[in-house]
Design a protein around this ligand. Sequence first.
Ligand SMILES: [Zn+2]
Length: 95
Amino acid sequence: MPGRDGRMNDAEYSAVISQLDKNWTEVRACPIFGGNNWLVHPYVTVAANYTGSSGQYVGTSFPVVIVYCGDCGYSVQFLATLLGLYVVGGEVQSG
Ligand SMILES: [Zn+2]
């Protein structure tokens, strides 16, 4: 399980990279830069549902792993649950 700050340990980080390698079978060229220098952010972050004009983000949220281009910063998010990390009782655990 990532630490309280969301950082993945080495085993979790390696498992995420393995899962990405397994699933990402198409061309990996960055759509902005054209290179292939993808990096995995070591922290699980949270995407939250937008709740309207209040400007506040409350309610449902879900953990994501950010993968970004090391050349230009273009980034994509993957659901942590589909990368071998999952949520049980409100905490992210590896699985
Ligand atoms: Zn790029």
